[in-house]
Design a protein. Structure first.
Length: 213
């Protein structure tokens, strides 16, 4: 798809539950990312989860399996949720962008962060999921998710671990979440040289979200 054609609001079902959203997703042409990805990766988890956790985009393993957070970052997230006393059964996990963006180097596929316009184009899908699940609390993992919800000026370091209101002026929802907590992305913890310390800080931020539940 030519760049000029992309960025149009994708077609998002106005009726039906999460399964209607999931079924419509493969037809999305809202940006160019569908073209090289294996498949879209919708969110997964309890349909009435009180907590929605939003990542960036599917990674290599998620792109192949069609399930969010099944790779290394997802396993670290699971451990952090558990350490924060959050039962993973009460969590719906999804991403700001539903298709994997990557570049190829030989046979390897290297993760590339989605651009701002791709995040904007994919926004209606995140909103559609949040509308169906209707969580009380939303956790945003990293800058892509943080900026998808709060806007491009958000800096994770400045707001992490803080309870913020849902920005209803930007993203109207019939029943907005009561609290939004931004923290770092688990893959940043995986890459960190101070992994134990950064893991503990992630757990502390998730504990703030847990207390708001
Ligand atoms: N990283 C994300 O942000 N989301 C996934 O689903 C997997 C890795
Ligand atoms: Fe549509 Fe989002 Fe995929 Fe772009 S990344 S094609 S907006 S589902």
């Amino acid at each position: 798809m030519a760049r000029e054609d992309a960025g149009a609001t994708p077609w998002v079902p106005g009726h039906g539950g999460l399964s209607a959203v999931r079924d419509a997703l493969p037809r999305c042409r809202g940006c160019d990312l569908w073209e090289h990805a294996t498949q879209p990766v919708p969110g997964a988890g309890a349909v009435d989860a009180p907590l929605v956790v939003v990542g960036e985009q599917p990674g290599d393993q998620e792109d192949r399996s069609g399930e969010p957070f099944v790779g290394p970052a997802g396993r670290l997230l699971d451990r952090a949720l558990e350490a924060a006393g959050i039962d993973r059964e009460v969590v719906y996990r999804t991403n700001a962008v539903k298709h994997f963006r990557f570049t190829t180097r030989g046979k390897r596929r290297i993760h590339e962060s989605p651009s701002r316009w791709q995040v904007t184009a994919c926004g209606p899908w995140l909103l559609a999921e949040l509308e169906r699940v209707g969580p009380r609390v939303v956790v945003l993992l990293g800058a892509t998710a943080g900026q998808a919800v709060h806007g491009p000026s958000l800096r994770v370091g400045a707001v992490r671990g803080r309870v913020m209101p849902w920005p209803s002026d930007r993203l109207p929802l019939p029943e907005p979440p009561e609290a939004v907590v931004t923290t770092v992305h688990p893959s940043a913890v995986l890459r960190s040289r101070a992994r134990d310390e950064d893991f503990a800080a992630l757990v502390a931020d998730l504990s703030v979200a847990a207390a708001a539940l």
